[in-house]
Design a protein around this ligand. Structure first.
Ligand code: ATP
Ligand code: MG
Length: 436
């Protein structure tokens, strides 16, 4: 059923674009201005991705086999397939209306109305697939069906949805993110090789029975967890579970009252925060905490304070390579950056400390959906470069989706652990954290 996961991922991206578009439509309605480049990139994405790849592979494999196996699926499939057929025409009409903006009278209103209708249908379509069709498919399809469907969805050579095509869709998606208005957009890119001295398998961080209190309140009640070199580990949990307290205990700003923390084989439980940073534990804190009045470059300089001076220029260029927007604005006060850009700065600042273990505290917090995607792209690209990452998130699905392993934290205790995939599939996690 790997194919269902792929479709769900695709739906999630579509949903993010749809929510972003909702916001842009509202702005269009209140200002009367139309951002042709941004809307054009969204229509490109719908056309290239949705019409050429997403729909055909559902029609040809999943829907076709489901029709054969389940008669009760027919009404939903009839509707979905009809919508698939009509989608290119609707998109062409949207493009035509967009081209008439803003010169033709009433075109902006026609465009916003048509876009709203398109989005309403897109969302309803996704809901029907997820709520009605997928459960039916799970029930009715046989192992040999799944084998065929999964093979088609995972065929990396396929010109329509293989690796090459997926890279193109990702580029289109990045284009949307970089063209989106400042209120929802970011303009970040991911690139560049960072230092990576890590190998897999050996344990980098080992935490045993750690407790920590605020006065009489015990916020951490005996946490044990480990992170191996090169791993991305997600720590997920609701508000107030103790995620931030735990990260602060690791970086040494929150005292622990019991247990031990070992890093690279050394017991660091009593080390000061700056000593831990020198060993390579670098944190991007909750709420970003960039220094607003200082320039962007000076913020990055602060992240490098434990490093020898001669690393600075080279490391700075790497960070600027990853986040060109920071380079462009390097002389400006950090406070002038948007929320998403400040998050990139906070991550960049942590990277300037040449982390062996990067601690990220809710990097997606408070960001618009499209930026959430960009932040997770950045984390994925750091992971691909071999960085060891402990990622704390309320956004459990996205965090677990890119993590090798995960831990669920509930009121100061680890209640579940497993591979990222296992936790996503876990019924308890799904109902508590994933809203499904
Ligand atoms: N400075 C503090 N003084 C007293 N209690 C605190 C303090 N900071 C946090 N707590 C309490 O400790 C518990 C854990 O809080 P913590 O901030 O670590 O949770 P969290 O999982 O990071 O939550 P969030 O998702 O809201 O960031 C909560 O009950 C919280 O009220
Ligand atoms: Mg927190």
């Amino acid at each position: 059923m790997e194919s269902l996961r792929i479709i769900k991922d695709e739906h999630r991206n579509l949903w993010r674009v749809a929510i972003t578009l909702d916001q842009v439509i509202e702005e269009m309605e209140s200002t009367g201005t139309v951002d042709g480049a941004f809307l054009g990139s969204v229509l490109d994405y719908f056309e290239q991705f949705v019409d050429r790849a997403h729909h055909p592979k559902e029609d040809q494999h999943l829907f076709r086999l489901l029709r054969q196996r389940s008669s009760s699926a027919a009404p939903a499939l009839d509707r979905l397939e009809a919508e698939h057929r009509e989608a290119p025409g609707k998109l062409a009409a949207l493009r035509q209306t967009l081209e008439q903006c803003p010169s033709t009278d009433g075109a902006v209103l026609r465009l916003t109305t048509a876009l709203r209708a398109y989005l309403a249908e897109l969302k309803a379509h996704i809901r029907i697939e997820e709520a009605d069709v997928f459960p039916l498919a799970r029930e009715a399809l046989r192992p040999e069906d799944w084998h065929e469907i999964d093979r088609a969805f995972l065929d990396n050579q396929d010109p329509v949805f293989g690796q090459q095509a997926r890279a193109e869709f990702r580029d289109l998606f990045h284009r949307i993110a970089s063209l989106a208005p400042v209120s929802v957009g970011l303009g970040s890119h991911t690139a560049g090789g960072l230092h990576s001295r890590n190998n897999h398998h050996d344990v980098l961080l080992a935490v045993r029975d750690v407790e920590s209190c605020y006065g009489r309140i015990k916020a951490l009640k005996g946490i044990s967890l480990e992170v191996r070199k090169g791993e991305t580990v997600a720590l997920v949990g609701a508000n107030g579970a103790g995620k931030t307290t735990f990260l602060r205990a690791l970086s040494g700003v929150q005292p622990i009252s019991a247990g031990s923390i070992t890093f690279g084989g050394e017991d660091i439980s009593r080390h000061r925060a700056d000593q831990r940073m020198r060993l390579g534990i670098c944190q991007s804190p909750e709420g970003r905490q960039v220094f607003g009045p200082l320039s962007i470059e000076d913020n990055l300089r602060l992240g490098a304070y434990t490093q020898p001076k001669h690393f600075f220029a080279e490391d700075l260029e790497k960070i600027y390579g990853m986040f060109p927007i920071l380079k462009e604005k390097r002389k400006l006060p950090a406070g002038t950056l948007s929320g998403g850009q400040q998050q990139m700065l906070a991550i960049g600042r942590a990277l300037m400390g040449r982390p062996k273990l990067l601690l990220l505290d809710e990097p997606s917090m408070g960001l618009a959906p499209l930026l959430v995607e960009e932040v997770f792209n950045v984390v994925s690209s750091l992971k691909a470069q071999g960085m060891t990452i402990l990622l704390v998130e309320q956004n459990a699905f996205s965090a677990l989706a890119i993590a090798d392993r995960g831990y669920v934290l509930e009121t100061g205790e680890i209640t579940l652990t497993g591979s990222g995939r296992d936790l996503i599939e876990n019924e308890k996690v799904r109902s508590a954290y994933l809203g499904m």
